[in-house]
Design a protein around this ligand. Sequence first.
Ligand SMILES: Nc1ncnc2c1ncn2[C@@H]1O[C@H](COP(=O)(O)OP(=O)(O)OP(=O)(O)O)[C@@H](O)[C@H]1O
Ligand SMILES: [Mg+2]
Length: 302
Amino acid sequence: MLQIQHLSKLFKLDKKEFYALLDVNLNIFQGEILGLVGASGSGKTTLAKILLNLMRPTAGSIIYDHEPIANIPRKKMQMVFQNPHNSLNPKMTVYELISEPMIVHSLCKPEQISARVIELIEMTGLSQTLVHNYTDQLSGGQKQRVAIARTLAAEPEFIIFDEAVSALDASVQAQIVNLLKSLQKRFNLTYLFISHDLAVVKYMTDRVAVMQAGRVVELAPTEEIFSEPKHPYTKELLESLRPAERVQQLSFIPSNFAIDDQNRDKGCPFCDHCPRSEPICWEIKPELKECGTAHFAACHKN
Ligand SMILES: Nc1ncnc2c1ncn2[C@@H]1O[C@H](COP(=O)(O)OP(=O)(O)OP(=O)(O)O)[C@@H](O)[C@H]1O
Ligand SMILES: [Mg+2]
């Protein structure tokens, strides 16, 4: 459905330039849930913004259903953010928030709008009694359900969730995760699911792409990423989960790691930190290559 080819994004901060994305190649298949994980600053949100045409890449191309994304109607691709407090206008009621996309994209006749709002409210597990409330009268979980109903109102094919369940407490998070899974099946949607929470990623996704310093270093079916990780960075990520088997912020890589190491002229950006590095790792930058069925890793040691 989506072909991401040689995608790079260069940012300038003060006088320093760095690549937030560097030669990212990734296909997303229709009807799948692809997880995207990686340390803070590895480029996940930057990739999401470029996919949704909210930001222009420095190089590379994105093809959606055989067409450049610039030609794709905006409504087909939607995004749900981490913080529904910021993404929902507090001056609008639940009804106005959910009906707005139908009006903007001319998806319903005026007389059909109210029935469709009620349908979406029920679909997302909200109570009809909230329909005329403002969002500051709702809980975090209810707000995120409104954000999901509003997203579905645009009748998208592809939805990016950027830490969409991270701000919720565990029981509400589980409800929303199950809601997203059932909506995906019911409407045969395609998701890109960005999360720091590896337990949720394991439960939710079909495949996982691991990002590190602007590059995809490993891509494989979810079961294999967790049972047979090939890239040392992925192994380190999984280790960080193991002790408590719960949510952890991935902060074990120095925060300036991405920028400094990635600008190295040659060799693997990870070799300073890698327990397995050998002379070749300092000389030649590893490309993402197949190392098992549908399993890719950017590491010389596979
Ligand atoms: N508009 C911008 N201008 C300059 N630098 C930016 C801009 N947006 C992001 N960056 C930088 O690009 C890098 C990647 O940022 P991005 O937000 O994509 O990371 P992320 O993987 O989503 O992190 P997190 O997990 O914390 O959300 C970071 O170093 C960030 O500071
Ligand atoms: Mg982000």
